[in-house]
Design a protein around this ligand. Sequence first.
Ligand SMILES: CC(=O)SCCNC(=O)CCNC(=O)[C@H](O)C(C)(C)COP(=O)(O)OP(=O)(O)OC[C@H]1O[C@@H](n2cnc3c(N)ncnc32)[C@H](O)[C@@H]1OP(=O)(O)O
Ligand SMILES: O=C([O-])CC(=O)C(=O)O
Length: 390
Amino acid sequence: MVDSQNAEDSIACFSPGLAGIPVAESAVSYVDGKKGYLEYRGIDIEQLAEKSSFEESSYLLLYGELPTAKELKAFDEKLKHHRRIKFRIRDMMKCFPESAHPMDSLQATVAALGMFYPFPTNLEGELDKETIDSVCVNLISKMPTLVAAHARMRHGDDPIAPRDDLSHAANFYYMLTGDEPYPLTERILDVAFIVHAEHEMNASTFSALVTASTHADPYTSISAAIGALSGPLHGGANEDVLHMLDEIGSVDNVEDYFNRKLAKREKFAGLGHRVYKTKDPRATLLQKLYVELTEKVGVDTTYEIARQIEKLSRSTLGAKGVCPNVDFYSGIVYRKMGIPTDLFTPIFAIARVSGWLAHWKEQLGQGRIYRPSQIYTGKYGQSYVPVEER
Ligand SMILES: CC(=O)SCCNC(=O)CCNC(=O)[C@H](O)C(C)(C)COP(=O)(O)OP(=O)(O)OC[C@H]1O[C@@H](n2cnc3c(N)ncnc32)[C@H](O)[C@@H]1OP(=O)(O)O
Ligand SMILES: O=C([O-])CC(=O)C(=O)O
């Protein structure tokens, strides 16, 4: 029986990729895609990049206001206290194939964390603040440790234990390399974390919220978000940008490569965005960080190739609003710090977990289960045919 009224309602609202369809009310962040402007809790991302730290910006996202000095100290201490991971999680990682992508490892280990920190799944009643806070702190604290431990163990190196005298950014760099970063490296990594921390209703945040709307536990929800972030149309694009720049190899090859790809109507990694129709403000900030990082040594070929692509895209794709997004310049910054290409998206996840959790907290106890509709395009009323008659 066809419910034609139902089908018509669905058709009236159908928007491929949910483009332009609001799926939640949220006060976490605001994007003006025409102006290329982004705010976390009403504060411009440029100000946060210049003046804040990842720890402080995470507090802002989670609690809605900038912390007082006392609140920030307490939050920072909690983050430092929870950096260690269980030895069983480390042992589990040792069993992953050496070739495993670090995003797959991260997704699996975050899901596994949920087994060690059970969370009430019946969310009908009030959840106490401490339970919610401890989940947020645990995940933000442990994600860098999970990424660094896997990155080392896949090469047969021992993981490096976290240090509680280092900032979130410096400690991650230390656990990855065994060295404390120079102050400029620490600052640049910190700013990269800040600008990646949140971006309203993107695909990974939506995945987290869809999963959480079933009252699945937050570790499962964040694991779902990590899976969505890994795709090359989303966070995975930062890795693909570097593959593209490496493939081009020299500034002389850019024009030919660009025109060939354009003629085939292929997409360029790191360009285009559902919301921004101008250059993503985070791309501008990351580009500045790269220039700052290379001030003494000068920019390298990879950056020159990227700039040339940006220039060519302006005259060919600019009218469509296809411009550099956050993923276009981030990898160039990380490579300059000596970070392997397949860790670029995990670094995005280390930062974005604060935004995912801010949305998870906001939705707790108020969201309905996400259950959209579909437009059925199949057959109706078919008779079953026994196998011998087919
Ligand atoms: C953190 C992030 O997730 S930022 C985004 C990271 N992703 C990437 O960099 C991957 C490359 N970019 C893309 O694939 C897309 O721009 C997305 C996925 C980001 C956005 O997709 P949508 O909003 O669905 O845009 P859609 O794919 O419909 O593109 C609209 C038009 O711009 C063109 N376009 C979009 N992105 C690109 C690109 N990277 N290169 C060339 N053309 C592009 C499309 O071909 C399309 O043109 P048409 O109207 O002539 O057919
Ligand atoms: O908003 C989006 O669709 C993607 C994005 O830029 C992000 O998640 O940072």
